[in-house]
Design a protein around this ligand. Structure first.
Ligand SMILES: [Zn+2]
Length: 80
């Protein structure tokens, strides 16, 4: 069983589909809401930065970041 610390360390590789610990990771995520949230936020952040570095203007990037904040705030509220 992975620890939360290990999950945080390999989360980025996991999202790249680049870890031999994929199944241990899934198992941990099934059981640990904190890590689920962590991985999901990491995923959103990566999605946003990928868009920013590809072809959007700075203005679009600001909109995307605004949407990200809204999404995270909503999620935070729904978790309370
Ligand atoms: Zn955990």
């Amino acid at each position: 069983m992975l620890s939360c610390k290990q999950v945080a360390t390999i989360a980025s590789d996991y999202l790249d589909n680049n870890t031999p610990l994929k199944w241990q990771m899934r198992l941990h995520l099934l059981m640990c809401a904190n890590c689920r949230r962590f991985v999901r936020h990491l995923e959103i952040t990566r999605e946003v930065s990928a868009r920013i570095t590809t072809n959007e203007t700075i203005q679009d990037a600001e909109v995307v970041w605004g949407n990200l904040q809204t999404r995270l705030n909503k999620e935070r509220q729904s978790n309370e």
